[in-house]
Design a protein around this ligand. Sequence first.
Ligand code: ASP
Length: 439
Amino acid sequence: MKKVVKFGGSSLASTRQFKKVGEIIRSDKTRRYVIPSAPGKRNDKDEKVTDMLYACYDAAAAGAAYKKILSRIKDRYLEIINGLDLDLNLDYEFDRIEENFAKGIGRDYAASRGEYLNGIVMASYLGYEFIDAAEVIFFDDQGNFEAELTHRELSERLEHVERAVIPGFYGSKHDGSIKTFSRGGSDVTGSIVAKAIHADLYENWTDVSGFLVADPRIVKDPQVIETITYKELRELAYMGASVLHEDAIFPVRKEGIPINIRNTNRPEDKGTLIVESTCRKPRYTITGIAGKRGFCAINIEKAMMNAEVGFGRKVLGVFEKYGISFEHMPSGIDTMTIMVHQDEFEEYEQSVIAGIHRAVEPDSVDLESDLALIAVVGRGMKATRGTAGRIFSALAHAHINVKMIDQGSSELNIIIGVKNADFEGAIRAVYDIFVTLEM
Ligand code: ASP
């Protein structure tokens, strides 16, 4: 049994957090490959080391004073090193960083040092081998991740390494320069390493006990999702639910390696297991609810629209011309509605309307703005009758008017459109009917 364990910034923000992480790793011998993030915030007012590194480098590049910020960054590591009683000195590393900043080495290098240094500290603390991600994770000259090359080199390198720490978030291009993934990218590194060693499990340790059924800012103390499939996760993530970097899914999904989201501050919690497919029945009819505000509906009406072949294509062609992607397209016999992101649409609003008039000569084109879309997602809905009925009666009881409904053909999700102002009320009503009532 082999596990890859990734720890996020808040799990490694201080000596205290490092000790918790040490205990977690030592309590299970199969936790053999460790991916650390850079130290995150210790409290709400604190700064993430990655943000400090960006600010420090930007100051250096602008010719402004930067050494003070660099010494504050160094202090963050010294606090951890001293707190853990490690025999480790980072002077050499910081001198090199300072030299490289002065040379204008680049923002990606700067940001990556947070993980790099934390990797050195972690390896020293655990007594594991340190492997610089620049030697095993590769990007092409355009900065695209090179999956095959990385997989080959990384598998080969790790084949004879029993235990190792590999810092998250970055790798290198062919010219040796450092390149990072987008923010939160240590999740991606963890996934790549899990694939390379054919891990049985990829544990992703963070500061929440897994994915929640609904946003805790909207629903008080929502339940944790025990098991979720990749497809369900994608639906929820697309609608704004976030715990994991989107690109972290692809490497492990193909290999059938499950991801387990765990809480460093509550290691006794089982967290959320993300799997390709499962026979496990979900605890509730729905797996999760997520949503976004800020949509606009373009309602097009034309008598005998149904008889006009090519009507839909011509309308969508107008949106394509202006590079606007549409989210949903509910239609009636003589009506058709296109839902788009309001901020994407606003700039071209009048041109799009004029374009539709020219393309299909409709009787009318109306706009309705400030709408929200809510996705109710669950593999359990397929086997259950009356899910849509329950959603609508819950919303009716909450005096919420439903503007649009769209059920995906996979029966994995039902999308509802409501006014922005009803967004939170609608989420609460759906949560109550499926979770509170089914508890
Ligand atoms: N430290 C990086 C960030 O703050 C990457 C990560 O934490 O995954 O985005």
